[in-house]
Structure formats: C-alpha cells, structure tokens
Design a protein around this ligand. Structure first.
Ligand SMILES: CC(C)(COP(=O)(O)OP(=O)(O)OC[C@H]1O[C@@H](n2cnc3c(N)ncnc32)[C@H](O)[C@@H]1OP(=O)(O)O)[C@@H](O)C(=O)NCCC(=O)NCCS
Length: 178
C-alpha cells in the first residue's frame, strides 16, 4: 500500500512576490507524464520577472520552511459569458459579453510536494485575495484556463465549468466570488 502523504501545514508556508535572485529551476512543475502543456517551466525560469515588471502578471512564490515549492501568477481578466453555463448570466447586464475576473494564469506545485493540499491552499488564498479586491474593483469570479490534466484539481477547489467545453484543449473554469 502507498504511504499516506501528510498535508503541508499552513503554518509552514510563507509567500512573497518573485524576485530577481529567485532560482526555481531545480523544481519540477511538469505533469505526471513529464510533459509541460501549460508551459510552467519556461514561464517560471524565463518569463515571470518580465511579466511582473510589465504588470502583465504578478507571481507569488510559496516557501515550505524557507525552500520554494510552488508559485501562482495572477492577472486581471475577462471571462467570456458564452464559456459559462446559462445560470451565470446576470439579467441586469444583458449587454455584457464578458464578466470581470481575477485570472490564475499559472499555478504550479513542485512534484515532490503534490497531493499534500498545497495547491488547494493556494486556491483558497487566491479566493480570499479576490474577495477583498472585489469590494474595491469589479471582480465577479476567479478563473483558470485549465489543461485537461488539471480540470479534476480545479473541480476539487470548487471551480465549475461548462461541461459542453470539456473536450477542448483548455477549459475555462470559474468560481463565483459572491
Ligand atoms: C495541479 C496542481 C497545481 C495540484 O497541486 P497539489 O498541491 O498536488 O494539489 P492538492 O494536493 O491541493 O489537491 C487538492 C485535491 O485535488 C486533487 N487533485 C490534485 N491534482 C489532481 C489532478 N491532476 N486531477 C484530479 N484531482 C487532483 C487531490 O487529490 C486533492 O483531493 P482531496 O481534497 O480529495 O484530497 C499540481 O499537480 C501541479 O502543479 N501540476 C502541474 C501543473 C499544472 O497542471 N498546473 C495547473 C494548470 S496551470
């Protein structure tokens, strides 16, 4: 029988924005089959700092007892209404084709730390951040464009999707903030 992995305690986690001296190149953000459909390795090793400096996406690195183990990149975005289920339509805003949201652009947990609820902790952290933001700036959802391997994970984190779009290479998954 596989040994049970224990959850990483939130008190052992810390985070801050990515900095120029951060080196995450020895971490493994690939999928279980070693592919990298979401381009996380390229992004965190070459692009994250430029995205941050240009304000295209802010990357937060998460540390377990001082060692980096995960990251998430956040941006403002719009989700097309047609990507969601009918019941998400807001009657009072029929003219809108998109709704405001916070995008989880990239999310990666190092392979040796997976299945210990680090990813879901980060999703909860993003949800709280988005809820606070939504009181000052219109923001109705947090969303992710999930590759097929991560649809199950986002579902566990209480994101939904329009099931009719499940066969697509990327699926819009969303969690309403109100
Ligand atoms: C997807 C990813 C972020 C999940 O991180 P994680 O820390 O292992 O996830 P958690 O341990 O918090 O998992 C939360 C729940 O989702 C489940 N889960 C995790 N990954 C899953 C997957 N790929 N498919 C289905 N369920 C999954 C867990 O079993 C757990 O279920 P439980 O609450 O019933 O125990 C991580 O596997 C990863 O970095 N993958 C590669 C990059 C990627 O796909 N990123 C997302 C798209 S950009």
């Amino acid at each position: 029988m596989e040994p049970q992995l224990t959850d990483v305690a939130p008190t052992d986690l810390a985070f801050r924005k990515v900095e120029p001296d951060d080196d995450l190149s020895n971490l493994d953000f690939t999928q279980e089959d070693n592919t990298d459909e979401a381009g996380l390795v390229e992004f965190i090793t070459r692009e994250a700092l430029d995205y941050q400096n240009e304000r295209l996406g802010i990357t937060y690195v998460f540390f377990y007892r001082l060692s980096p183990i995960a990251f998430v990149t956040l941006s403002m975005a719009d989700i097309p209404v047609k990507e969601m289920t009918q019941d998400e339509k807001v009657d009072a805003a029929e003219q809108l084709r998109e709704y405001s949201c916070l995008l989880v652009g990239r999310l990666g947990v190092d392979k040796t730390f997976r299945e210990r609820h680090v990813g879901s902790y980060i999703c909860d952290w993003v949800t709280e951040k988005a809820r606070r933001l939504s009181e000052d700036v219109g923001c109705r959802y947090i969303v992710a464009r999930a590759v097929k391997e991560s649809v199950g994970f986002y579902s566990k984190c209480r994101f939904q999707c329009n099931m009719e779009h499940l066969g697509k290479p990327r699926v819009w998954m969303y969690k309403r903030l109100i």
